[in-house]
Design a binder for this molecule. Structure first.
Ligand code: NAD
Length: 364
């Protein structure tokens, strides 16, 4: 058994259809909260309108913006301070949870999170804000929610494209966790189970968005994905996604879906757990093939060109990827490797090609 360090996050997890309606007030009371700030878009706030009547709400911040701009955080922190809030309740996707985390980072207020997408941020110590075009991220235990209520009933309204993309984002967290810098036997276990649960539930939900069992599976998979990501961290795939999102404005979750099979194919020869744990969880012989078939089954985009990257952007994308520190990837990533991965993803060609490149130390 190899040596490892694993730090479990301390959030209390409450899972079940209808749990927000049944136990939200009880969970808030359990933490001794007396002055609650809700962070939610007006649509997401309406998802908890009934249980919210029993909560000690002093204000609602509905100015959530994607990528958590610092100006938004300033407004939210000012509201929390002005109203004397002693806790934050976030109800929404990763952008909403991210806003609550940014408030907690500045104020140390405890968070209760009710996720309504499959982003998984609610169980990670990772926070992120943007200042102008610059994204700043960090890790702090202060931003980990004290309690997370996973209520699949609140995810029923997620539209089809967002459902597919968000679930594949969770899938990316699981797959990448197997070779991320902090990967260890515990996160391997969590990640493989996450892959299994997500791959099982996703086609069911895509065939019927109101399938309650499938929706519960996706949300449970999202929890596992967030937990694996929290413990193992992220690596090559997420770094490329950040470049594509930041420099070319590509949508976060769809970028994950397209890129993941290409990065998995590239890393598979150097990461036995991809073949021994993740591929079987996908019901496939290899991870890239399993992911590609899953994406096709659910009608997800299969090329970066489909979601806004142009051939003319390729050189700049390769250059920006190489500016990242990629030294912790299990295979060496030089210009040829970055170009091969990005070209395959851009054009939607079969990802298996990436696996044919040499491993670390060999010439290409
Ligand atoms: P999002 O939070 O931006 O939400 C996308 C859209 O879906 C929004 O318009 C939102 O209002 C809507 N929505 C949310 N729940 C809904 C529901 N139940 N029904 C209908 N519409 C709903 O998107 P996301 O994918 O959840 O989160 C992405 C963000 O989260 C990114 O900024 C990413 O960096 C961040 N993230 C952070 C971590 C972390 O650990 N810090 C992990 C994963 C993602």
């Amino acid at each position: 058994m190899r040596e490892f360090t694993y730090e479990a996050t301390s959030a209390r997890i409450v899972f079940g259809p209808g749990c927000a309606e049944r136990v939200l007030a009880e969970e808030i009371e359990r933490l001794g909260v007396q002055r609650l700030l809700i962070v939610a878009t007006s649509r997401n706030a309406s998802l908890i309108a009934t249980p919210a009547k029993a909560l000690p709400v002093v204000a609602t911040f509905d100015g959530v913006r994607p990528h958590v701009p610092v100006e938004t955080v300033n407004l939210a922190v000012a509201l929390a301070t002005r109203t004397g809030a002693d806790a934050v309740l976030s109800v929404g996707g990763g952008s909403t949870t991210g806003t609550a985390k940014a408030i907690a980072l500045r104020t140390s207020l405890p968070i209760v999170a009710v996720p309504t997408t499959y982003a998984g941020s609610e169980v990670t110590p990772v926070w992120g804000t943007t200042e102008g075009a610059r994204k700043i991220t960090g890790r702090s235990s202060v931003v980990v929610p004290k309690t997370v209520l996973y209520d699949p009933a609140l995810t029923m309204t997620l539209p089809v494209a967002m459902t597919a993309a968000s679930a594949m984002n969770a899938m990316a967290h699981c797959v990448e966790a197997v070779y991320a810098p902090g990967a260890n036997p515990i996160t391997d276990l969590i990640a493989a189970e996450g892959v299994r649960v997500l791959a099982d539930a996703l086609p069911t939900v895509m065939a019927d968005l109101s399938d309650a069992v499938g929706r519960a599976g996706l949300l449970y998979g999202a929890y596992l994905a967030g937990s694996a990501f929290a413990g193992a961290g992220s690596g090559l795939h997420h770094k490329i996604c950040h470049v594509l999102g930041g420099a070319f404005g590509l949508p976060h979750a769809e970028t994950h879906t397209v890129l993941l099979p290409h990065v998995a194919a590239f890393n598979e020869p150097a990461v036995p757990a991809l073949r021994t744990r993740v591929a079987p969880a996908l019901g496939a012989g290899d991870v890239a093939g399993g992911l590609t078939r899953l994406a096709a089954r659910i009608g997800a985009p299969t090329s970066l060109a489909q979601i806004g990257l142009a051939e003319a952007d390729l050189d700049a994308a390769v250059r920006l990827v190489l500016e990242k520190d990629l030294s912790d990837n299990p295979r060496h990533v030089g210009e040829a490797e970055a170009r091969l991965i990005l070209t395959g993803a851009l054009r939607g060609s079969p990802p298996a090609l990436a696996a044919t490149l040499s491993t670390r130390g060999e010439s290409v």
